[in-house]
Design a binder for this molecule. Structure first.
Ligand code: ADP
Ligand code: TRP
Length: 319
């Protein structure tokens, strides 16, 4: 079974990325052959700063490895180290209905946020479909916001199979209900583009500051509080054990503890949770060639599979 996922190097990784995509992806390594990549071609749709793109890409590789991605079990690589994927994207684009792409939520959201409406941005889902199909992927762990992209991937695979015979497997998305939308410090979906993130490897002072600025209602300290609507409680429960979560729920409902104290407890939990990963990150950074070696090895494995699948595709379509 092959598991595949990608993450754009469009900024610094946050705990929404961690619980929505990275942790499930890391856990799935035990179940099959994992192929995880840094979607730098995709990031070009929103980032036009070569230095930032290079730095972010390296940092995503570093952070992913620090969080437990095992390069012996799976492959970690840069999307652009397998340029065949853009050839497949072209072929897929010839069967992709305009109407399908026009219904893309993420395209509309990005335009609304002021991302320039380029043909690349419009074709984003086609390139993503190529990413998935070129590795004969079975399972794709992602957060809920990527669900529609995977439906499009399945549609495009189906269209190709109809037109040219059985070329592609239909991949299954894997979306975890409990962590499908991690809230940001303002209570909306945590996202780089909303400026409401808590970063996985932020420095201590800044991380504390972000936690202390989680938006709350104005219930006074003594009064009972509703855990189900509290961002602090929702975030805390991602990090805490069942018992710890229940204990905090009771203290919310009882009253007598202010939001400031709950935030401090959440900060401590979060800081402790990522401590082993911070340590691992330091070790990786100390080994200058480690990341380059991992990425080169990953690219080799990914290229081997992509070459085979592209042979099949070229032959099926008549190239
Ligand atoms: P961002 O919204 O910060 O730009 P990306 O779109 O780069 O994040 O997302 C990378 C991966 O992390 C995707 O699989 C996405 O579904 C997941 N993800 C991002 N934010 C969240 C969140 N708040 N909750 C759950 N998953 C998330
Ligand atoms: N679009 C995904 C995101 O923004 C990143 C991505 C690109 C991806 N190609 C992929 C995810 C293939 C899974 C599979 O998060």
């Amino acid at each position: 079974m092959r598991i595949l996922s990608g993450i754009q190097p469009s900024g610094v990784l946050h705990i929404g990325n961690y619980f929505g995509m990275m942790r499930p992806a890391i856990a799935l390594q035990a179940e099959g052959e994992a192929f995880y990549f840094i979607a730098d071609y995709h990031a070009l749709t929103s980032l036009r700063d070569p230095k930032a793109l290079r730095e972010n890409s390296r940092r995503v590789a570093l952070d992913f490895l620090a969080c437990g991605l095992d390069p012996e079990r799976g492959a970690l690589f840069m999307q652009s180290d397998v340029p065949q994927v853009t050839e497949l994207a072209w072929i897929l684009s010839t069967v992709a209905p305009m109407g399908l792409l026009e219904r893309s939520h993420s395209y509309k959201d990005k335009l609304a946020r002021g991302v320039p409406a380029s043909a690349g941005l419009f074709n984003y889902p086609v390139l993503m479909a190529a990413d998935v199909l070129i590795y004969d992927s079975d399972i794709v762990p992602v957060g809920k916001d990527q669900k529609q992209h995977l439906e499009m991937t399945r549609d495009l695979a189906g269209k190709m199979n109809e037109a040219f015979g059985e070329i592609f497997k239909l991949p299954e998305p894997r979306i975890h209900a409990a962590t499908e939308v991690v809230p940001g410090i303002d209570g909306q979906k945590m996202s780089k583009s909303y400026g409401n993130t808590i970063d996985i490897f932020g420095d201590e002072k800044e991380t504390r500051r972000r936690v202390m600025s989680i938006v709350t209602d104005s219930t006074p300290m003594e009064a009972p509080k509703d855990p189900s609507t509290s961002t602090i409680f929702q975030l805390y429960s991602l990090f805490a054990s069942k018992n710890e979560t229940e204990e905090m729920r009771e203290r919310f409902q009882k009253g007598g503890t202010g939001y400031g104290d709950f935030k401090k407890e959440f900060f401590e939990k979060l800081w402790e949770f990522f401590a082993p990963m911070r340590k691992r990150r330091g070790e990786i950074l100390a080994d200058k060639s480690y990341i380059d070696n991992v990425l080169a090895h990953g690219a080799k494995r990914a290229n081997a599979v992509a070459d085979q699948v592209m042979k099949r595709v070229r032959s099926a379509v008549g190239l």
